[in-house]
Design a protein around this ligand. Sequence first.
Ligand code: HSE
Length: 305
Amino acid sequence: MVESSFSVVVPASTANLGPGFDSIGLALNLYMTVDVSPSEDWEVTYKDDGFEDLPTGEDNLIVKTVTDIADRKGLVVPVSRLIIQSDIPLGKGLGSSATAIAAGIEIANQLLVLNLSEKEKVLLGSGYEGHADNISAALLGGVTISYFDGVAMDIVHIPEPKMGAVILVPPEALLTEASRGLLPGELSHAEATRSSAAANVLSAAIARDDWETAGRMMEKDTFHEPYRKKLFPEFDRIRKVCQERGAYGVTISGAGPSLFVAVKQGVESELAMRLAAEFPYYDCIAVKPSIEGAMIELRKEQAPR
Ligand code: HSE
């Protein structure tokens, strides 16, 4: 018997890039691949270490996304087996939950033949996430600059940013809710105006591939960095060392705990090696932007006899 199955490939992402809080996302070339095939029950298998604590049935985030979309559309989704391989560290500020939600949206779109537009997918995903930064980058790739107020959405997509990056990943995970819990309920008008100006210049600089300016603006955030950075060992010294080595800028990756260093295209591996020697607490990973967002790969498989 020949059964048609498919895979979904979704990139990691870093969010905020400093003052682009809850708005700017950048897809990175670390990927999660989900192989989808028909099954009797929802069964999720993670092939890599580090995912042991995740649910493997109907309460898995990917499965919950698929079944919720089916419910909203009033459709019955074919029950499937999901086999997952992932390079994306879990709970480390690299958009792992957005990656899972993006995978769920693509699987629902495929299994239910929904023909969702890119904007419909991002709107759905932003509703689940509560903000658009990681999910839009995971779905579209490149850099995304989004406005989302819970209902209305606008996105500017910059598909091929010309830069490289190093991610410093500490050993322990941090829940986004815990990191968001550190933020103040209110900001002064003057502070909000200053960070908003930094975000404006950051966005315009990214759109022009002026990463020198973008990197300076990344370091001018007052929306979240001042409240979160104390959690990350040696944050200020890492920034200083990266500045001395010619990096464009250093900021928190999403809600943390990883740190994001924007660098000139091509120098990321050398800087990652130097930072690994200087800051052994962190796993230093050289990355590039992922030009591709979430992708479906169709495959035909011979089922076992
Ligand atoms: N913009 C989000 C935050 C990203 O910084 O809390 C993590 O979901």
